[in-house]
Design a protein around this ligand. Structure first.
Ligand SMILES: *[C@@H]1O[C@H](CO)[C@@H](O)[C@H](O)[C@H]1NC(C)=O
Ligand SMILES: *[C@@H]1O[C@H](CO)[C@@H](O)[C@H](O)[C@H]1NC(C)=O
Ligand SMILES: *[C@@H]1O[C@H](CO)[C@@H](O)[C@H](O)[C@H]1NC(C)=O
Ligand SMILES: *[C@@H]1O[C@H](CO)[C@@H](O)[C@H](O)[C@H]1NC(C)=O
Ligand SMILES: *[C@@H]1O[C@H](CO)[C@@H](O)[C@H](O)[C@H]1NC(C)=O
Ligand SMILES: *[C@@H]1O[C@H](CO)[C@@H](O)[C@H](O)[C@H]1NC(C)=O
Ligand SMILES: *[C@@H]1O[C@H](CO)[C@@H](O)[C@H](O)[C@H]1NC(C)=O
Length: 503
């Protein structure tokens, strides 16, 4: 790609350093509580603090690979760069809040490798003014963070907690004063444990009203300044991990498939579908409330963020592999995106899951189709997909897909990495898929991240050459994709807006 020098005028401060800091920041507040695959890990508060205090001092930053360069002028001028935290991973401080489902789950033996709990997370709750200073220094346009339901609206009948509302008001005011757009997520695996105890949380339709009640408080209190709302953060990844493989709370699954998880209760053949259905309806209820009561006066936008991994047929000329890849796409992404775009689940899910897949009423289908101004995409990676086996297995969400996933083709890994691979070309595939399958809705990239391990040596983590290479390759691919979609003979640009990062 063309080598470009930093374009000073487009940054707020210290432009030369911005891009590197932009890459480093994710360590500041990001506690990767949940590593994909069955391991969990966390960065202690002490480590987070050391990282924080080093961010602005860290001068010896590695350069982009091979003399390449990428900067803000590689992107459209209205393209927004941001950074991201989630309450359950980054706020820490358990004072004046009730337990979330993660607080309970983290105490289960073996769930978090080093036993860290959300209460020991990055301490954003107390240190947000400092975090905002770093964001200003980095020159980000937007900060995507989530609110803790467990602080704002701790139980079903209680009043909203004035202290929590004052806290988020101050944080939002400080961001706005610095010219950083607050983008707010309402849920990230952290609804109150009390809802789990009262009615099994997401398994009950009662969740829908409770979520709307919580959302209503947030719109009313913060919507004068918050213009971007995300109801749920990657529920399409969460549901399988939480209700079919015991990798996220509440850790429910069937006993019939012990290789995926050992749970004391649950039903992996039915519960994932019920839970996804309720999440979609809760999203639609909150969106309807926002659109009916707030959008005109507050002039903001609402959407949902979905996890999007690209599934590539192992043999791209083989009919079965092509069908398997499509099946994977539908079970992970179409499961949520099809109801939003078309009002119903993908047809081949219906065929494979049968009566276990719930149905929407006509009215619900309409609400779903009207429920988003944008779709947030959390871009991850890609895998190869081939057909399932004929082997008899118990019906579960994961087995229903009837596919096999591999990271290798002809002995070669799909990208750099160990457990999650860096596959920059997945961005272009995802962008094209949204255009071709879903009719080009407005898409924001709400996360780009790579699950690589931290070491216990903070200095070593700060010398983050692999991650810099990762971001370079993803962002340059994205930049190319935007550029090529702007050429006169191709459809209108699909991507606009917002790029947000998570470590
Ligand atoms: C940098 O060069 C190495 C060696 O030629 C190559 O393997 C790598 O892909 C290059 N990286 C980029 C981003 O071009
Ligand atoms: C949480 O934050 C509050 C307000 O800053 C502080 O008074 C309290 O001591 C903190 N609690 C913990 C457990 O850190
Ligand atoms: C899951 O629920 C279905 C429908 O109620 C039932 O037929 C099946 O036996 C249950 N499976 C397990 C493993 O409990
Ligand atoms: C579940 O328990 C069985 C028997 O102890 C064990 O073989 C299996 O590895 C466990 N599964 C997981 C995912 O931990
Ligand atoms: C890919 O699939 C095609 C069509 O089934 C087949 O002819 C070809 O041999 C396969 N390629 C490999 C490498 O298996
Ligand atoms: C799963 O895929 C295999 C291989 O394509 C096929 O033989 C089998 O019939 C499929 N099972 C179901 C339930 O569709
Ligand atoms: C940073 O890492 C690179 C590659 O892993 C290494 O060559 C370099 O010496 C390290 N720099 C510092 C300051 O540790």
């Amino acid at each position: 790609m063309k080598q470009l020098r930093i374009h000073m005028a487009s940054f707020h401060l210290h432009p030369i350093l911005v891009f590197h800091y932009f890459i480093v920041l994710p360590c500041l507040a990001t506690v990767p509580f949940k590593f994909r695959s069955s391991t969990h890990s966390a960065l202690s508060q002490e480590a987070t603090r050391t990282t924080r205090s080093n961010i602005l001092k860290y001068q010896e930053l590695p350069d982009f690979p091979n003399g390449t360069y990428l900067d803000r002028s590689s992107f459209p001028s209205d393209f927004k760069f941001g950074t991201l935290t989630l309450a359950v991973k980054h706020e820490g401080n358990s004072s004046h809040k009730v337990e979330s489902i993660w607080d309970t789950y983290a105490l289960v033996d073996g769930v978090v490798l080093d036993g860290t709990t959300p209460a020991q997370g990055g301490d954003q709750y107390n240190r947000y003014p400092e975090d905002i200073e770093y964001m200003v220094a980095m020159g980000v346009d937007a900060f995507r963070f989530s609110l803790a339901w467990t602080r704002i609206f701790p139980d079903r009948s209680g009043e909203p907690n004035a202290e929590a509302i004052a806290h988020y008001n101050d944080m939002i005011d400080k961001l706005v004063a610095e010219g950083i757009e607050p983008h707010v997520t309402l849920w990230s695996e952290d609804h109150p444990q009390a809802l789990e105890d009262a009615y099994d949380g997401l398994l009950s339709p009662l969740f829908i009203d409770d979520f709307a009640t919580y959302a209503n408080v947030c719109f009313a209190e913060f919507g004068d300044r918050v213009k971007y709302w995300i109801t749920f953060d990657e529920p399409n990844d969460y549901v399988g991990l939480a209700y079919a493989s015991n990798q996220s709370p509440p850790g429910r699954c069937s006993s019939c498939d012990a290789k995926l998880g050992n749970c004391t209760k649950g039903n992996s053949s039915t519960e994932p579908y019920i839970v996804a259905h309720h999440i979609l309806l809760a999203h639609a209820a909150a969106a309807k409330l926002y659109k009916d009561q707030y959008q005109d006066s507050q002039e903001g936008y609402i959407g949902i963020s979905l996890w999007f991994k690209w599934y590539e047929p192992l043999n791209s000329t083989d009919e079965v592999d092509l069908a398997s890849a499509k099946q994977a796409q539908n079970f992970y992404f179409g499961w949520f995106m099809d109801p939003l775009a078309f009002g119903d689940y993908p047809e081949n899910m219906r065929t494979l899951v049968g009566a276990r897949l719930p149905t929407f009423t006509e009215q619900e289908a309409i609400y779903l189709r009207e429920s988003f101004d944008f779709v947030g995409i959390n871009v991850v990676t890609a895998s190869y997909v081939t057909s399932g086996t004929d082997e008899e297995s118990c019906p579960t969400y994961f087995n229903d897909m009837n596919i096999s996933i591999t990271a290798y083709r002809d002995g070669e890994a799909i990208g750099e990495g160990e457990n999650e691979y860096s596959v920059p070309w997945c961005i272009e595939k995802i962008v094209n898929y949204m255009r071709d399958v879903y009719g080009n809705p407005l898409v924001y990239i709400t996360e780009i991240g790579w699950g690589i391990s931290f070491t216990s040596d903070i200095q070593e983590n700060l010398n983050d050459t692999e991650r810099i290479q990762f971001y370079y390759s993803y962002l340059s691919t994205l930049s190319e994709a935007i550029r090529s979609s702007l050429s006169p003979n191709t459809p209108a640009p699909l991507l606009s807006g917002n790029l947000e990062l998570n470590g």
